[in-house]
Design a protein around this ligand. Sequence first.
Ligand SMILES: Nc1ncnc2c1ncn2[C@@H]1O[C@H](COP(=O)(O)OP(=O)(O)O)[C@@H](O)[C@H]1O
Ligand SMILES: [Mg+2]
Length: 225
Amino acid sequence: MNDKIVLENIYKSYYLAGVTTEVLSGVNLKVEENETLAIVGPSGVGKTTLLHIMGTLMKPTSGKIYIDGLDISTLGDDALSSFRNKKIGFVFQFHHLLPEFTALENVMMPLLIRGNDGAEEKAAEMLKLVGLGGKEKHRPSQLSGGERQRVAVARAIVTRPSILLADEPTGNLDWKTSEGVLDLLFSLKEEFSITMVIVTHNRHVAEKCGKIYLLERGKIRCYTD
Ligand SMILES: Nc1ncnc2c1ncn2[C@@H]1O[C@H](COP(=O)(O)OP(=O)(O)O)[C@@H](O)[C@H]1O
Ligand SMILES: [Mg+2]
């Protein structure tokens, strides 16, 4: 198996109002290609921080991140943005859709940023795939919570990333709607051979993943091996 994401000795501290808080204290993690990995842990423990570091949205205080074997600290800001745009899709707990735009336009956005041809057709196809054919013209406020999260999933994968990072993707949904969104994530993962990392504090969600890691006191450990 190839290593898709490797984190080596990651430290992260935040400085706020003269106080330093160390959130990550030497995290080592390997995510293999095509695997689905869950990160669990109580609120405030640093799960989002870790996911943002893994997704190159945030730099660690120290430590190395390799994605597909590339040390991402060797990339400048522009190269890093384009690398991220090409390789990584994100789904957040709050959908982060643009309220003024329709579902279709929201899904088109990452393709437009890339200057991709056929954005509208690709976005429409992706909306159908997530079960939202016919809702293209709806704005986020005209969709249900589950539908909004499906649009967010469509937007995350319309660029065909090989990595999907999901931060409590069902945290705001009722149980039944959560199941639907999760099933969708897992089926898309299979269909497009995506390496998936899901942050959750829901045991049931975690158990659907191949491996579960617990983040605690700044360190991570696997408890499924
Ligand atoms: N930008 C920031 N500045 C200062 N402290 C932060 C910042 N972001 C997060 N933190 C702190 O870091 C800790 C971990 O946050 P987070 O990664 O969001 O945890 P989790 O996702 O596990 O709930 C929390 O104590 C939080 O208050
Ligand atoms: Mg969080």
